[in-house]
Design a binder for this molecule. Sequence first.
Ligand code: NAD
Length: 352
Amino acid sequence: MVNLFVPKETGTGETRVAVTPESAKAFIKGGMTVSVERGAGESAFMPDSEYTAAGAAIVDRASGFAAADIVAAVGAPPAADVARMRAGSILIAMRATASPNITTFSMERIPRTTKAQTMDALSSQASIAGYRAALIAATELPRYFPLLMTAAGTIKPAKVVVMGAGVAGLQALATARRLGAVVEVSDIRPAVKEQVHSLGGRFIDLPMQESGEGAGGYAKEVSADFLRQQREIVTRHIAAADVVITTAQVPGKKAPVLVTREMVEGMRPGSIIIDLAVDSGGNCELSKPGETSHNGVRILGVSNLAATMSHDASLLYARNIQALVFEFVEKGELKLNMDNEIIRETVVKGNA
Ligand code: NAD
């Protein structure tokens, strides 16, 4: 029987867990055994008792790693733990790197195909980040989001500009709209214009002689000249904005700078920029991890927002992991088939 182990996360600020009582139950139903490190689900509000009720065993960390056929984690576990894993066992985590004698799956390598959608952890977690970014903006802004007609007069709705209409940007748009803000969106892939409109946003048209559509639905890097033209166009939208949420990324590259120092200086004091791309260099020239302030404009460089919503982030991530595991576990047995595109693409090549 395949034994799957779930360690407690060790990353700073990490609150998620890779297997929930719900997914543990599904693995056991699928003919596997599940062992969980004591307290692994605590910060996601999933106590050991719920795992036990689902049929899982609670174990200590060292024996969990040593006895596992599969280790499922959120962040890549420390090397000392991976070194305990048996030859031929499998590690699944975000941004995991190859290790000798084991097979490593890195969740951000899941292909962006229809078939692999249920396993797409980048999407499930980015969507949470977009939602939280809009909520943080709404609570931190010294203004209302919706249009309000009060006895004391009318309040104009807040104006939000979202840069990048990927998974996070579209969810930020949808959330800010639900709260009543007016939302404008910029992206270099013309294909997203329709999605922006269907969520009630306004699309900021760019000179599209150069499309930023790359492989797999991702953006490709555009020229410096294109970025300069884009900045000219979005400058006046940003100057009128109360909130700017930036989510623009290009896989494998530094994030494009879309909001320059001059653009920040053109914004009103009290406005807020939330930069979700801060870990890949930031979309705002002035953003740093944490909070910065420039001429009264607050710039929040936020990382790992999904971990601020530990319960549902874990629930979705665990479903992504579950779908991947059932791609190579059949009737409780490991069947790693490298002809399977999802498996081939997600396994980390290297010194394994
Ligand atoms: P991402 O995080 O890599 O980038 C976010 C957004 O930034 C993208 O929309 C990108 O076009 C945009 N961007 C890049 N440079 C920019 C610039 N200079 N100005 C403005 N915007 C810029 O993207 P993501 O959210 O991971 O996903 C990208 C797309 O992949 C999705 O929108 C979708 O089309 C596709 N996707 C497909 C599947 C699937 O089919 N299973 C799943 C998820 C995503």
